[in-house]
Design a protein around this ligand. Structure first.
Ligand SMILES: *[C@@H]1O[C@H](CO)[C@@H](O)[C@H](O)[C@H]1NC(C)=O
Ligand SMILES: *[C@@H]1O[C@H](CO)[C@@H](O)[C@H](O)[C@H]1NC(C)=O
Length: 434
């Protein structure tokens, strides 16, 4: 009986990881304030934290095409190991900078950026012609635009090189690789770029680069409606619109429920789905089976309770007209043996502005349910910094069955006083979860 209880506590525990600070490395690759970091890591380990999550930036690690340098991360992981913590590495194929909380500026490798001068389709482009340089457009996934390689090949080569460089740390110290699939590492379009958008606008379609438009044209022609192949919907508003001041996201006429609307949203989301599947398939092929592979889905909680789900749709999540993108992702992740990572676990509906139809709690339970239905593992993060016990109780309340929780983010605010004791209590509570 006693043994049974002990086993239950161990098996049921939800491991807590902590996201490393964005400025953990200096530009020259040295560790920023190593004495302080070492102290923090030991303090975390002492409180029962399982490991850290660390972005491994493409822009730092592949300075020349196929010329990799992981030295800075090896030094960092050595320190993590000495503290007795594990590593979840993020293959960060996106830029650091330009999103909420981004206290950093790490663009994509310069050889990727310069390839866009010959092939403008490398960047996602909106209806106004604005290019987004956070992540290579999925519409060029199979084009040999990156110094003769396709983006899919470049991601695969990078993952192989990372795995090789980390050697027998893979599957021991480094337990997990979260594969970057879009801006912020999330499987989504950059539909709500801070340069053009403010909360809670519906966001903008990103299908106006040349490769995206030729893809759309081919799909529309194949569907028997070539006239649908020239652009996205012309009545879907702009980044900061609300659904109700557009034609497309409201009822009647040429809206999201019309034959055209259904065609467009299916095409747009199917491209995103295929991108996720293609990158993850390659990741699984080159990473050792002892490493858990994870994929992150964005928490688009604004307009979640509006019938149009406009913000989810512009990011590529087709959850209208009877479609359930979260279920499709979960099923695909399960088939590939990939963990479903979701965010905004700390958020409550009532803490959001009342005029944005926000439903973070509904989204968390919907995605948890989708993962459960598919049999895929589900892990969580918080979306925004918090230190209060209310945020921790909300996370605890949705944590049954969670594979792991990653707290964002490590920094001096977290490590002392009441902020620290709230966190330490939370880590203990999560050990006796499920
Ligand atoms: C690799 O990176 C390290 C640390 O960032 C740096 O000191 C070293 O010079 C780099 N090596 C090469 C060959 O560029
Ligand atoms: C706790 O966090 C808050 C931010 O929510 C910060 O202002 C405060 O300085 C932190 N306390 C300590 C002791 O660092």
């Amino acid at each position: 009986m006693l043994l049974g209880c002990v086993l239950f506590a161990v098996v049921g525990a939800v491991p807590v990881n902590v996201m490393m600070p964005l400025d953990v490395l200096n530009d020259d690759g040295s560790i920023n304030n190593p004495t302080q970091l070492q102290g923090w890591l030991k303090q975390l380990a002492g409180a029962g934290v399982h490991g850290v999550m660390q972005d491994v930036w493409w822009g730092y690690t592949e300075p020349c095409a196929k010329g990799y340098n992981f030295t800075a991360y090896k030094n960092l992981f050595n320190m993590v190991q000495s503290a007795g913590l594990k590593v979840a590495a993020v293959a960060s194929f996106h830029q650091c900078g330009g999103n909420v909380g981004d206290a950093c500026n790490i663009p994509l490798p310069s050889w990727v950026v310069s390839s866009a001068s010959q092939h403008s389709g490398v960047w996602y482009t909106d209806v106004h012609g604005n290019q987004d340089k956070e992540y290579v457009s999925l519409f060029v996934d199979s084009q040999s635009y990156l110094c003769g390689r396709t983006p899919l090949q470049a991601y695969q080569d990078w993952l192989s090189a990372f795995s090789f460089a980390m050697g027998n740390w893979m599957g021991s110290l480094i337990e997990e690789v979260q594969v970057g699939l879009g801006p912020c590492g999330e499987l989504r379009y950059p539909s709500y770029q801070l340069a053009h958008w403010s909360f809670c606008g519906i966001g903008g379609m990103q299908c106006y680069g040349p490769d995206a438009l030729s893809n759309l044209e081919a799909a529309a022609t194949a569907y028997g409606h070539p006239e649908w192949g020239h652009a996205g919907p012309n009545n879907c508003g702009d980044y900061d619109s609300t659904p109700d001041n557009t034609g497309f996201w409201t009822g009647g006429g040429d809206n999201y429920q019309s034959p055209y609307g259904q065609f467009f949203l299916s095409w747009y989301s199917n491209q995103l789905y295929a991108h996720g599947k293609n990158v993850l398939t390659r990741a699984k092929a080159v990473l050792p089976s002892s490493v858990t592979v994870a994929a992150k889905v964005a928490g688009l909680h604004w307009w979640e309770k509006h019938p149009s789900h406009a913000a989810e749709c512009t990011a590529g999540y087709n959850v209208v007209n009877g479609n359930n993108m979260y279920q499709m992702f979960a099923t695909m992740f399960d088939q590939l043996g990939v963990i479903f990572d979701f965010t905004c676990l700390e958020m409550t509906d009532y803490s959001q502005p009342s005029n944005c139809d926000c439903g973070p709690q509904e989204l968390v339970s919907e995605t948890e349910q989708a993962a459960w239905n598919a049999g895929a593992g589900y892990a969580g993060e918080n979306a925004l910094n918090f230190y209060d016990s209310g945020g921790y109780s909300q996370v605890e309340s949705v944590s049954s069955g969670l594979r792991a929780f990653t707290y964002l983010r490590l920094g001096s605010d977290l490590m002392s006083g009441g902020n620290w004791s709230n966190f330490a209590n939370f880590v203990q509570a999560m050990r006796y979860k499920n």
